[in-house]
Design a binder for this molecule. Structure first.
Ligand SMILES: Nc1ncnc2c1ncn2[C@@H]1O[C@H](COP(=O)(O)OP(=O)(O)O)[C@@H](O)[C@H]1O
Ligand SMILES: [Mg+2]
Length: 371
């Protein structure tokens, strides 16, 4: 008999322990592998719990930057521990942080030498109200989103990014010295340029390749969510698409020295989000922007799932507050469809989430306590 196998294996967080993390002092929670619904008043600690999950998967916060703020106001350190169930086994991740010392991250009691080694092992995608910044703010948010997406499936890409940033910092430091009047070491600059070009080209190629897949996924999800006949698109806007990066760096040397920074390279790349070829930032309605954003995140989810053969965790923060009913229902329908794995939803009224026959578990969050 032919045995039908599920295509994707499902990653799931079975339990988490929070110690002195934001408004939690000591908390243990067990989750189900399907839908986990956390309801509670504003300020109860729902987003803080999602933040803790983001820490365990990606070693840092999603909603806030900086680790010091994540320590409970009255304490000196925080610690998080999660038990993840992967295809075959249970894996324990713990993360501890104390101000003034590096974060300590352990995988089954083994301490990571580099936090970056952890990225991609427990993939996740977050959809939150402030994500609208991806559309309306500057290019940095869009680069971060793309980098986060590719890094979760490609460790070499993350290495390249870190290496690129190191070389870029060296180049900028040298430009500063030159601009302060130090005699110019053109040979050193040429060596730095060469490194920047090599890594920059690798990053560009990987972004280009990944975007081809992400675009088709984006279009599929946008069509589903919006029910409209518009075509969603994102164009990769990079100097490296057409120009010779190496020559540009040489041509720009004088200008860069005056500005004391490197003005061309993949650190300036951007994504143009378009609907029917019009900029969504300039011409899109609120609703179109929200649909685009959700489609983008679901594309991210599928991209990671396909590449890793495993469903990422999906964290949906406050979707009912910021989305109209039509869109939240569409999102919920999509998020709970059979090709998703474990989902976390926060809301102020759990009744909004009674939707599917997917295995669900309900939690009430109250003042840093979860019941
Ligand atoms: N480091 C911290 N220590 C103690 N409480 C904190 C800390 N950081 C944030 N909080 C508190 O957490 C609450 C916000 O929690 P949050 O998870 O954002 O709420 P919500 O349930 O609305 O998502 C606020 O009351 C805030 O004061
Ligand atoms: Mg919140």
């Amino acid at each position: 008999m032919h045995i039908c196998r599920l295509q994707l294996s499902i990653l799931h967080l079975s339990s988490i322990q929070l110690t002195n993390f934001r408004n939690y002092t000591e908390q243990n929670v067990s989750f189900c592998g399907g839908l986990n619904i956390l309801s509670g008043l504003n300020g109860a600690g729902k987003t803080n719990l999602l933040e803790a999950i983001n820490y365990l998967c990606l070693t840092k916060g999603y909603f806030h930057s900086g680790d010091i703020g994540a320590i409970n106001f009255k304490k000196e350190f925080f610690r998080l521990q999660g038990e993840f169930i992967t295809e075959r086994k249970i894996e324990t991740i713990s993360l501890a942080f104390q101000s003034g010392t590096p974060k300590i991250l352990k995988h089954d009691e083994i301490i990571y030498e580099k936090l970056a080694d952890h990225i991609g092992k427990f993939p996740l995608v977050v959809i939150a109200p402030d994500d609208i910044a991806l559309i309306i703010e500057g290019s940095e948010d869009r680069r971060k989103w793309l980098d986060n997406t590719i890094s979760q499936v490609n460790r070499l890409y993350l290495d390249d990014l870190m290496q690129y940033n190191r070389v870029l910092a060296q180049r900028n430091a040298l430009l500063k010295l030159w601009s302060a009047g130090q005699s110019r070491d053109e040979d050193l600059m040429t060596v730095i340029d060469k490194q920047l070009v090599k890594i920059g080209k690798q990053i560009h190629a990987e972004r280009k390749k990944s975007l081809q897949i992400l675009i088709s996924l984006l279009q599929k999800h946008y069509a589903f969510i919006s029910n409209e006949n518009e075509t969603a698109l994102m164009n990769y806007d990079s100097l490296l698409n057409e120009s010779d990066f190496s020559k540009t760096l040489i041509t720009n040397r004088e200008k860069d020295m005056m500005l004391q920074r490197t003005t061309a390279g993949v650190h300036r790349d951007d994504l143009d989000f378009l609907l029917n070829e019009f900029s969504i930032k300039k011409f899109g309605s609120q609703g179109q922007k929200k649909s685009f954003l959700i489609a983008l995140k679901l594309a991210q989810f599928d991209f990671i799932a396909q590449n890793k053969n495993e469903t990422p965790l999906l964290l949906l923060d406050d979707i009912f507050d910021k989305l109209d009913q039509h869109r939240s229902e569409k999102l919920l329908a999509d998020a709970t469809s059979k090709n998703r794995g474990q989902v976390f939803i926060t809301c102020t009224d759990w009744k909004q989430t009674i939707i599917s026959d997917k295995l669900s578990k309900y939690f009430i969050v109250e003042n840093g306590l979860i019941k």
